[in-house]
Design a protein around this ligand. Structure first.
Ligand code: UDX
Ligand code: ADP
Length: 480
């Protein structure tokens, strides 16, 4: 029986390994993590991450060929294939601060593998890492090898949160990069054999190591670029009276462009897009390509612009002051169907509103209050350090209330601000919400989920991203 061990039981390691175990009953999969609460949660009825379909997959295999453990060394020692899916934060100090990847967790995982191994191993990069990380890891392993043969593969994961199980069951492609040597080809084949249990041959792409590593950064940069492109258009639409949904539809029907990832929004979030683009920028700069670096940097600048434009629009519409006004925030996760808040645009929007002294009442169906409070008091990039729990600022806490119900969140509020496209927000009783709000009552829809015309009939002043503005808003200049 082939034994797989995955280091890191997070959003990538957990679901990916659960699906491998589900699809390959002849393989034993153990997911290990240094975090005791995380592993306990994976072994409980309440999994540490919310992901549609994940519970069923885990329940089906847990205890049979899928195990979760904190005994990292034992399971690495026993494994034939070791996946590494640990955090790769952005550096917050020193060389490359704010851009380069901090490989502390990766390096410590590699050194531990070298310490405990007594048999040959295939080591697979699963976390997104900068190009040429595999080479560095290979050096750590071979210089400490004690005669053991290590083969390094890059197998980036393309799943998106909220649809992870679907994406893993039916991937557009599986990408495996390896060394172009006989041993390299052999280990690529071994990993290919795992995926071949359920993915057809033509969807398993094999490349050299660097191409696989760069492809992941490039794919995320291209996806994020589409969102920044449509968001840039949304600002122009608002200024000119065009409707960004109509423009995006017209653009997306060109088969060369395609319809996906053209939804204008308050901005993209998530653990990958910003981090991976910053990495790409850093790699370009290090390779003497400042123009290319500048090009990709712009994708992030537009994303930041979109978030601050949204806050400015809110403040200026409400007579330029929101001090002590109750603003109801609906949705805090970075997208629907996940409880993940990493780099969610809600953090910047809420911080912007708190900066103008608003009182926030926040509701998200999947995000817990302590997570929200922590997010709002954390420094940039600190979210990706598992051992680093920031103390909460007491002043933030006083201004932010989290509730478990939309109608409570919106009661007596001056404005409703939608920051995640949860399906339940499409079905709200807006007449009831309006009746219980202060007047004039505003809705700022950062995800274009509400029917603005219906809400205007009720009496709301509505702002939707990239749509023709209410006369009320049109008269107010916004400084971005
Ligand atoms: C992304 C990639 O899609 C995935 O392939 C990679 O493995 C990890 O990064 P993820 O961050 O989970 O996945 O979610 P994704 O669906 O890509 O959304 C990212 C952000 O972009 C979200 O905040 C989402 O709301 C936003 N978005 C997405 C838009 O604003 N408009 C769109 O049209 C699509
Ligand atoms: P991703 O979204 O890429 O899966 P996460 O932050 O959700 O990232 O998960 C990474 C996991 O890796 C965390 O649960 C963290 O505790 C774990 N981790 C980090 N370093 C190590 C290590 N050296 N050994 C075991 N687990 C680790």
């Amino acid at each position: 029986m082939v034994k797989i061990c995955c280091i890191g039981a997070g959003y990538v390691g957990g679901p990916t390994m659960a699906v491998i175990a589900y699809k390959c009953p002849n393989i034993e999969v153990v997911v290990v993590d240094i975090s005791v609460p995380r592993i306990s949660a994976w072994n409980s009825d309440r999994l540490p991450i919310y992901e549609p379909g994940l519970d069923d997959v885990v329940k089906h295999c847990r205890g049979k060929n899928l195990f979760f453990s904190t005994d990292v060394e034992k399971h690495v020692f026993e494994a034939d294939i070791v996946f590494v899916s640990v955090n790769t934060p952005t550096k917050t100090s020193g060389l490359g601060a704010g851009k380069a990847a901090d490989l502390t967790y990766w390096e410590s995982a590699a050194r531990m593998i070298a310490d405990v191994s007594k048999s040959d191993k295939i080591v697979v990069e699963k976390s997104t890492v900068p190009v040429k990380t595999a080479e560095a890891i290979e050096k750590i392993l071979t210089h400490n090898s004690k005669g053991i043969n290590y083969q390094i593969l890059s197998n980036p994961e393309f799943l998106a949160e909220g649809t992870a199980i679907q994406d893993l069951f039916n991937p557009d492609r599986v990408l495996i990069g390896g060394r172009e040597t006989p041993e390299g080809y052999k280990s690529v084949k071994a990993l290919k054999d795992v995926y071949s249990h359920w993915v057809s041959e033509d969807r398993i792409l094999t490349t050299n190591l660097w191409s696989a590593e760069l492809s992941k950064l490039a794919a995320n940069a291209f996806l994020a670029q589409r969102i920044s492109s449509v968001n840039a258009m949304s600002a122009l639409c608002e200024a000119t009276g065009a409707d960004v949904s109509q423009v995006a539809y017209a653009v997306g029907t060109d088969s060369r462009i395609g319809p996906k990832f053209l939804n204008a929004s308050v901005g993209f979030g998530g653990s990958c897009f910003q981090k991976d683009i910053l990495n790409l920028v850093y790699i370009c700069e290090c390779n003497g390509l400042p123009e290319v670096a500048e090009y990709w940097k712009q994708v992030i600048k537009i994303n930041d612009y979109q978030k601050s434009r949204f806050v400015n629009r809110m403040v200026s519409s409400m007579f330029n002051t929101i001090a002590n006004k109750k603003v109801s925030i609906l949705g805090f996760a970075f997208k629907k169907d996940t409880g993940d808040t990493r780099e969610t645009p809600a953090i910047d929007v809420c911080q912007g509103l708190l900066g103008d002294k608003a009182q926030l009442s926040i509701y998200d169906p999947q995000v817990m209050e302590d997570q929200i409070q922590r997010d709002l008091s954390m420094n940039k990039f600190d979210w990706d350090h598992p051992l680093h729990l920031q103390p909460m600022s007491p002043t933030t806490k006083k201004k932010v209330h989290c509730v478990w119900d939309t109608y409570e969140a919106t009661k007596d509020a001056h404005a409703v601000c939608i920051l995640t496209e949860w399906d339940e927000f499409k079905k709200l009783d807006f007449q009831r919400i309006y009746d219980n709000m202060q007047k004039p009552a505003y809705v700022f829809d950062g995800r274009n989920v509400v029917d603005a015309n219906k809400l205007r009939e009720i009496g709301f002043i509505v702002y939707s991203i990239g749509k023709p503005l209410d006369a009320w808003l049109n008269d107010i200049p916004v400084v971005a």
